[in-house]
Design a protein around this ligand. Structure first.
Ligand SMILES: O=C(O)CCC(=O)C(=O)O
Ligand SMILES: [Fe+2]
Length: 359
C-alpha cells in the first residue's frame, strides 16, 4: 500500500510477494447498458487509467477470442517462434473481416465509456486505432526492439504530432481489452498511477524516454536503460527513481478493459513462456483534435475486399457508430440532396438507411 503521506489510490491495489497489483472493478449499469462508475471515471482522470470488468458482453469477448485464436499461430509452434512484435496484416485491424472484432471496436457501451471519460458526447469521438495482436511468451532476446520486457514509456510519440495537452484537458482515451487471463499468460501491463499535480513522475513535459528529443527508439527495457545511461543519464536516473519502483500490474482476465491515456507511464511485461496473450488495442480521440493520427491505413482502404466488410459495416452501423468512424454526421456541411443520393446509391445494397441524413 502507498505510504501514509500519499493520497489513497483510487484504483484498488493489492500486494503479493512478487508484485503490486491493480485490481479491476466491475462497471455499473445504466438501464440495460454497462456504464463506468463515478469512481472509475475519477480514477482515469486523476491517476491516468481505470481497470474495469464487465464493459463488454462475455459472449462477444469469447467470439473475438475464438476468431483470433484460430488465426494466429499456436503458442509453441514454429510459426509462433517466427512472429516478432505486433501485427496481423490487415486481418485484425479495423475494419476487420471479423464482424465480432468490429462489434467490440464500436460497441455502444464502450463508446459511451470513452465519451464519459473525455466528458463529451459519443458523436464527438473519432476512432484512431483498433487492432488485435498476440504476445507470445518468451524470455527477452536482448534485441533492442524485442517486445517481451518493454521499457517504461508513454504512448504519445507515435500517435500524435505534438505533445499531449495538459493533464486536465485530455484529447484521447487508449484502451487494452484483454482476451486471456493473467493467471495463464502472466505478462500484465504495468503502470504508474499519477499522484496529484506535483507528482514528480509526471513533471511536464514528458521527455524521459527513448524515441523522443533525438534519442533512439528502443523497446527492450534493459537495452533502453543502458542506452539512456550512456546518452541521457539524467533520464535514466529519473526513470530509476520515479518510474520503475512505482509500477504496479493490471490483474486482467478475458474481457477486462484497461482504459488509459497517451501521457500515462506504462509498459508490457514478460509473458509466460509457451503461452500466447491476445489483446485488442484501441484509441479514440476528440473529433476536434487534428494532431492525433489514425495509426493504421484509413478505413476506406478495405473497400475492395471481396467480402465487402467495410460496406456491410457502414450499412449496418448506427448513426453514432458511423460518425465515430469519420462518416459525416447528420447536418454535416457535406450533406445535400446530391451527396445523399450518391452515398445512398453506394451503400443501399448494404442496408444503408439515408433518412437520418436528410436535410
Ligand atoms: O502489452 C502490453 O501490456 C502493453 C503494450 C504497450 O504498452 C505498447 O506496446 O505500447
Ligand atoms: Fe504502450
Amino acid at each position: 500500500m502507498p505510504p501514509d503521506d500519499q493520497p489513497p489510490a483510487r484504483v484498488l491495489l493489492s500486494d503479493t510477494a512478487e508484485r503490486r497489483w491493480f485490481e479491476p472493478t466491475p462497471v455499473g449499469r445504466d438501464a440495460d447498458a454497462a456504464r463506468l462508475t463515478a469512481e472509475q471515471v475519477a480514477s482515469w482522470r486523476e491517476q491516468g487509467f481505470c481497470l474495469v470488468d464487465g464493459l463488454l458482453p462475455d459472449d462477444l469477448v469469447d467470439a473475438v477470442r475464438a476468431d483470433a485464436a484460430a488465426f494466429f499461430p499456436e503458442p509453441g509452434s514454429d510459426a509462433a517462434a517466427a512472429m516478432k512484435g505486433f501485427g496481423s496484416g490487415q486481418r485484425f485491424v479495423f475494419p476487420s473481416p471479423s464482424a465480432e472484432f468490429n462489434a467490440i471496436t464500436l460497441h455502444p457501451d464502450l463508446l459511451r465509456a470513452v465519451a464519459d471519460l473525455l466528458g463529451v458526447a459519443v458523436p464527438d469521438l473519432r476512432l484512431t486505432q483498433s487492432d488485435l495482436w498476440p504476445k507470445y511468451g518468451r524470455p527477452p532476446s536482448g534485441e533492442p526492439n524485442d517486445n517481451a520486457d518493454q521499457r517504461i514509456h508513454c504512448d504519445y510519440p507515435n500517435h500524435m504530432l505534438t505533445h499531449p495537452s495538459p493533464w486536465d484537458a485530455p484529447d484521447a482515451v487508449e484502451m487494452i481489452v484483454y482476451l486471456d487471463d493473467v493467471d495463464d499468460c502472466e505478462g500484465p501491463t504495468a503502470l504508474v498511477a499519477r499522484e496529484g499535480e506535483d507528482d514528480p513522475a509526471y513533471a511536464w513535459p514528458i521527455m524521459a524516454m527513448p524515441g523522443v528529443e533525438g534519442l533512439d527508439y528502443i523497446n527492450d527495457r534493459e537495452k533502453a536503460e543502458a542506452y539512456l545511461r550512456e546518452h541521457a543519464p539524467e533520464k535514466d536516473a529519473f526513470r530509476a527513481a520515479h518510474l520503475y519502483p512505482r509500477e504496479a500490474c493490471a490483474r486482467y482476465r478475458a474481457g477486462t478493459a484497461l482504459l488509459h491515456r497517451h501521457d500515462v507511464w506504462h509498459r508490457g511485461t514478460v509473458a509466460r513462456t509457451g503461452t500466447r496473450r491476445l489483446a485488442m488495442n484501441l484509441t479514440f480521440k476528440r473529433a476536434d483534435v487534428e494532431w492525433i493520427n489514425i495509426i493504421h491505413v484509413g478505413w476506406a482502404w478495405s473497400a475492395y475486399h471481396l467480402d465487402h466488410h467495410l460496406e456491410q459495416l457502414i450499412g449496418a452501423a448506427s448513426v453514432d457508430q458511423r460518425t465515430v468512424m469519420g462518416f459525416p454526421a447528420p447536418r454535416s456541411r457535406y450533406w445535400n440532396n446530391a451527396t445523399l443520393e450518391a452515398v445512398n446509391a453506394r451503400f443501399a445494397p448494404f442496408g444503408f438507411d439515408p433518412t437520418p441524413y436528410e436535410m
